[in-house]
Design a protein around this ligand. Structure first.
Ligand SMILES: C[C@@](CO)(OP(=O)(O)O)[C@H](O)COP(=O)(O)OP(=O)(O)OC[C@H]1O[C@@H](n2ccc(N)nc2=O)[C@H](O)[C@@H]1O
Ligand SMILES: Nc1ncnc2c1ncn2[C@@H]1O[C@H](COP(=O)(O)OP(=O)(O)O)[C@@H](O)[C@H]1O
Length: 292
């Protein structure tokens, strides 16, 4: 399947920000190196931003109310990370303005490609502009972390080597690449994978400088594949074409392709019961320039 590239929105109307992009991500590797006292896991991972994502429209309201104006199957408005992000920014800044927010969802949910987290990050970045609340990148990242471990990287806005629970970020220079992304049609709950008894939690830490030379893996993959056999089937299928790996806590599986044509050809041959896309890397978040 093909999709439109993400572009920055039209900013000509001070009351509206239509078509704000929320890109997806891959975890090129993911090592669990320890566990905090609160149960959260200490990770090392390489986040790669992708030129494919959801889009959101924001319209200013003067009455302080925040509404989601679109239906998102399986995500009631009150549980939507978008609504939680908007309320968090409003409370943090004491802003008296509100917004109508339309979320156009295209990313598979529970896919390990960070859709919900990216929607939340785009909401923080866009409303910070629309409301004129003036928070800087670091403050927005810290706010985003309250919503989820994956939110800060989308505000950071660049490919990153991440440590901690995913919030300690260093920029990473990665060559542009094409990927095949396969969604095996199951949603994997992140918490279930981190809770698993047989998860490897003691992978020795690596240094960012050694990333290219090291043998890496996704420590969450064996657990997800055991609990969700379709994920293992997708890895096995994609492996026939190129070295394949699961992203995040799953369920999506990806492989780098030598060219756009190869990515297209492999995606087109994906078994009918799954979805597959040709996806290009993005070196910057499309809203990167909006923050200092
Ligand atoms: C695994 C990763 C890799 O990028 O991505 P996804 O597969 O979700 O996209 C992330 O660490 C996920 O981040 P995110 O999806 O924001 O997770 P959160 O909402 O913060 O956490 C969901 C649950 O996962 C567990 N969790 C999450 C992150 C972490 N470092 N250790 C954990 O133990 C916790 O049980 C937490 O309650
Ligand atoms: N805006 C949103 N988009 C997607 N999922 C959301 C959103 N808000 C809350 N969620 C919840 O978060 C869960 C996982 O979100 P998602 O980001 O798609 O997956 P992952 O964490 O695997 O990358 C969903 O199953 C859903 O219950």
């Amino acid at each position: 399947m093909d999709h439109a590239a993400l572009t920055p929105p039209d900013t000509s109307d001070p009351q509206r920000l239509p078509g704000c992009p929320a890109p997806s991500k891959l975890n090129l590797f993911l090592h669990v190196v320890g566990r905090r006292a609160d149960g959260y896991h200490l990770l090392q991972t390489a986040f790669r931003l992708l030129d494919w994502g959801d889009t959101l429209d924001f319209t200013l309201r003067g009455d302080g109310e925040i509404h989601r104006t679109t239906e998102v199957p399986g995500v009631p408005a009150e549980q939507d990370l978008v609504m939680r992000a908007a309320r968090l920014l409003q409370a943090h800044t004491g802003c008296r303005l509100g917004a109508d927010i339309a979320l156009h969802k295209v990313l598979p949910m529970g896919g390990g490609i960070g859709g919900g987290s990216s929607d939340a990050a785009t909401t923080l970045i866009a409303l910070n502009r629309l409301w004129g609340t003036g928070l800087g990148r670091a403050e927005l990242q810290a706010l985003g972390l309250q919503l989820g471990a994956d939110v800060p990287v989308f505000i950071f806005g660049r490919d990153a080597f991440a440590e901690g629970v995913g919030e300690a970020l260093q920029p990473m220079a990665l060559a542009p690449a094409w990927y095949v992304l396969v969604s095996p049609g199951v949603a994997v709950p992140t918490a279930e994978i981190f809770c698993a008894k047989d998860l490897t939690r003691d992978t020795p830490p690596i240094r960012m400088a050694d990333f290219a030379a090291c043998t890496t893996r996704n420590d969450l993959q064996p657990v997800a594949c055991k609990l969700y056999p379709e994920v293992q089937s997708a890895v096995d299928w994609l492996m026939q074409h190129a070295p394949a790996r699961m992203t995040g806590s799953g369920a999506c599986v990806f492989a780098e392709a030598p060219s756009a044509q190869d990515a297209e050809r492999i995606a087109a041959s994906c078994p009918q019961r799954w979805s597959a896309w040709k996806v290009r890397s993005a070196s910057r978040h499309p809203l990167y320039e909006w923050l200092e």
